[in-house]
Design a protein around this ligand. Structure first.
Ligand SMILES: [Zn+2]
Length: 288
């Protein structure tokens, strides 16, 4: 699948030790990281190192790219593909980061020559994934995702889920699955859950999934992915069947992780009278 040159380059990247400062950034900025076991953390860092090196990064609208920005985005993007074999977002060449919504360029013909229409509707956006083009992210929105970790909102998970969806050549809310049985299960379960969300939104009922997921099947998958990684325990309780198909697809069980982590914290509290040495407070997030 990869040429010898790519393999050689990757080997070199992986031989270099993962910078301590980068891991520090991930600890602080991605709440999910501390729930991973040692092996998962190690594999995630390997993916991050390759992803950071191989993608083309651009700071736009006056934003100066820092390690903090690149590492944070890479960590979140790579969490999705942690257990997906031979998966490195081959359809993502570039990641463009803007400081805020206010400085996003007006869409105009000729902008991103190879890009088809972006998925998100016009209006304030926090990110965009182009079918044959870059991922655009607004750093303000990434910072919000960090600040409100656990709320089910994460723009990086969202846009990169779109990219996974697009890998089979069409953005339709169904990523590339393993076999026909998985497709059948996926279509049956997601159709039912999507219809349920539509009905609930129409009736003005409070829903667990963000109602932006009711826009269409494409957004449904991206929004579900946000909840899956950002509030897995709640999702498993509120939408167990949807949780199950996502678990099969991503080959990860974040709810089990979150449960174990919470139990370990409780145990620690009982033993020492205090929780873990205070983990970096994600809620404080960014100041800019
Ligand atoms: Zn979207």
């Amino acid at each position: 699948m990869f040429g010898w040159l790519t393999k050689k380059r990757r080997k070199k990247i992986l031989e270099a030790p993962f910078p301590f400062e980068w891991e520090n950034i991930i600890q602080k900025r991605m709440a999910h990281y501390r729930m991973l076991n040692e092996d998962e953390q190690k594999r995630l860092c390997e993916r991050i190192a390759v992803f950071m090196a191989e993608k083309n990064w651009e700071g736009c609208g006056g934003l100066e790219l820092t390690d903090e920005i690149r590492v944070t985005i890479s960590a979140m993007a790579c969490l999705l593909i942690l257990n997906l074999p031979r998966q490195g977002y081959e359809n993502v060449e570039s990641i463009l980061v803007y400081p805020s919504e206010r400085v996003l360029p007006e869409p105009k013909i000729g902008f991103f020559e190879t890009a088809l229409a972006p998925l998100e509707t016009p209006g304030p956006i926090s990110g965009q994934a182009f079918e044959q083009g870059p991922v655009i992210l607004v750093w303000d929105a990434v910072a919000e995702s960090i600040r409100y970790a656990g709320s089910g909102y994460n723009v990086v998970y969202h846009e990169f889920a779109h990219k996974l969806d697009m890998q089979d050549g069409v953005a339709d809310g169904t990523p590339r699955l393993r076999d026909r049985a998985e497709y059948r299960d996926w279509v049956k379960t997601c159709s039912r859950e999507y219809q349920k969300l539509l009905k609930d939104v129409e009736r003005g009922k409070r829903t667990f999934l963000d109602d932006y997921g009711a826009k269409d099947e494409v957004e449904f998958f991206a929004v579900s992915t946000e909840h899956f990684f950002d509030q897995p325990l709640r999702m498993r309780r509120a939408a167990p069947e949807l949780y199950r198909v996502l678990k099969n697809y991503y080959r990860q069980d974040p709810a089990a992780r979150e449960g174990q982590y919470a139990a370990a914290r409780e145990e620690q509290t009982r033993e020492t009278g205090s929780a873990f040495a205070k983990a970096p407070d994600a809620k404080k997030g960014e100041s800019e």
